[in-house]
Design a protein around this ligand. Structure first.
Ligand SMILES: [Zn+2]
Length: 255
């Protein structure tokens, strides 16, 4: 009798541990960069040498940079196994420094990077990359282009400015046109969206779903886990002011 009770207890404990472990699963730090430069000009620019130190630290400390796709599949419960200490690297806005400053390090460390692009500026403005450069980056197999709306609007302001019908049309264009153009230019499906200025609400979340996005990303400062809504997955914005220690604290969740 004692053995049976003992065995039952073991089963209950194991089951409990399994359920507890699966509740929200692993936590993933998804990082969001903007620009890189040898010398820093503004807060959103990270010094190339700092970025290099961050990548070295991640590697030396057993972190694995995983593709955004893998993170989303895990967060949605479509896959259960991902590397320990997972980190995702994303870059918003398509600044040309991604091509000139960041990409040599990405190639050196051979890590996957997602670029959230708003197509209206590509090949149009001095500060943005060209379609050719984006194609070249994707051809390395390390970079993947996803959507950051069509022209990076402030949805909060537009909602106040436009009538409800006009606003709805506006949102449809911003989410849908971006996806279509990027699909045409890259030749692959565009599955993910980063909210411009991190602005979103439930209405926008359902719009993004309707337009065919599988997940969308904010800039709320916390790790992502299975408890997050798939249309508002948090990311940490990495800015120039962070020392390597501050970066470590973010990734290690000690902040
Ligand atoms: Zn942006």
């Amino acid at each position: 009798m004692k053995t049976i009770i003992f065995r039952l207890m073991i089963v209950v404990l194991l089951f409990g541990a399994l359920m507890w472990g699966n509740e929200s699963g692993k936590q993933i730090s998804i990082l969001c960069y903007h620009r890189f430069a040898p010398q820093v000009n503004d807060a959103m620019t990270v010094k190339t040498s700092e970025f290099s130190k961050q990548l070295a630290w991640l590697k030396e400390n057993g972190y694995t940079v995983i593709p955004l796709e893998m993170a989303v599949q895990y967060l949605k419960g479509e896959i259960d196994i991902i590397p320990d200490k997972p980190v995702v690297i994303t870059v918003d806005d398509g600044h040309k420094s991604v091509y000139f400053e960041m990409s040599p390090l990405v190639k050196q460390y051979h890590i996957p990077v997602t670029l959230f692009i708003y197509p209206s500026v590509i090949s149009h403005t001095k500060y943005a990359m060209t379609w050719e450069q984006l194609r070249e980056l994707e051809a390395t197999g390390l970079f993947r282009v996803e959507s950051h709306t069509y022209w990076h609007p402030n949805f909060k302001k537009e909602k106040k400015r436009l009538s409800p019908t006009m606003y709805e049309q506006f949102v449809t264009v911003q989410l849908g046109k971006s996806k279509r153009i990027l699909e045409e230019k890259t030749g692959h499906e565009i599955k993910y969206l980063a909210w411009a200025f991190g602005i979103y609400d439930q209405e926008l979340e359902s719009k993004a779903e309707q337009e065919g996005y599988r997940a969308a990303f904010t800039i709320e400062r916390r790790h992502a886990d299975r408890g997050d809504r798939v249309m508002s997955i948090p990311r940490y914005m990495i800015v120039d002011q962070y020392t390597l220690k501050a970066f470590q604290n973010i990734v290690e969740k000690n902040q």
